[in-house]
Design a protein around this ligand. Sequence first.
Ligand SMILES: Cc1ncc(COP(=O)(O)O)c(C=O)c1O
Length: 380
Amino acid sequence: MHFRTRAIHVGQERDPTTGAVVPPIYVASTFAQPGAGVWGEYDYSRSGNPTRKNFETTIASLEGGLKALAFATGMAATHCASMLLAPGDEIVAGADIYGGTYRLLHKVTARNQVRITLIDSTDLAAVAAAMRPGVKLLWIESPGNPLMSITDIAACAEIAHRHGALLGVDSTFATPALTRPQELGADIVMHSATKYIGGHSDLTGGVLVVRDQELFDRLYFLQNATGAVMGPWESHLCSRGLKTLDLRVREHCRTAQLLAEHLAKHPSVNRVLYPGLPSHPGHELAARQMQVGFGGMLTIEVKGDLAAAKRVCESTKLFQLAVSLGAAESLIEQPATMSHASYDRADRLAHGITDGLVRLSVGLEAFEDLRDDLDQALAG
Ligand SMILES: Cc1ncc(COP(=O)(O)O)c(C=O)c1O
């Protein structure tokens, strides 16, 4: 079955009792058992819930993985993966990552004597050089956040495995409609389902997808032990979101490409970071690694300082000033003061997250309206 068909049918069987074409939402926290000490498929909703299972089945299929686990938020999913490490282990992570992941690794995981090293993951020699003996996990994002850097996932998988480490990919920006890291050798694929998977700014959620039963069992144990699972309502909304993911992502990509081309010629813009532009350093790799398009996220560097970028963010009318991304509504934000404020300032600047950056999540509105909105904000 094709991707789009699986998004609608795998894990979404009709209800055998009523014939309802959309499976019911199971809100029960607990499930009656056939006998004392005799367990049915479900016993308690932290450990497993049919509505969550349906969503996990669909997303695992779309990623080309074996199984998935759904969480209350994206950070809960990343946290679960980070708990695979023990004191004395090390995580090597790309520098172009979500600010919250930076905070989790440096300010929570590191407290457990897990060493954290950030590298430029687009530089494969730097990745290989960082793989010291204690490294157990290489964690990357592609496209990266907020610089839209493109990392060679297959090459990173090969490097990680050569050094006995796992490769985890936060694929929130790409979604399985554009990139399937598992097919390129990644061991763990993570999503903030809050973004494109939900797709409508009305839920929080996270996912881990794996292709190995033993790794799944370890992650399931950690998820069940710590408890940050996705609720049934969110699971239903995520299943619904997946049905239109392919269609939505195609349109996000089309409009983002047009806006990137327009902004690249704009006199108030220093540079446009979008992998769909031939000028982007990762363009050729993105063309091989991403299907359909180059994503709905783009970052611009406006001329001027922090205040100039702040003014642009506060002047748009359709682009709403908010963190998050991947929904029908277009959003605008300033990484230095918003999504990446949790970076230490020195680290932020060292990794190219300059004060003039403005990040756009291109929604599903008409291109012409979004273009005009940005033009009036940049003119101000
Ligand atoms: C790339 C990326 N990863 C992870 C997260 C964290 O997800 P959540 O906010 O659902 O916890 C975000 C949130 O913005 C993100 O953009």
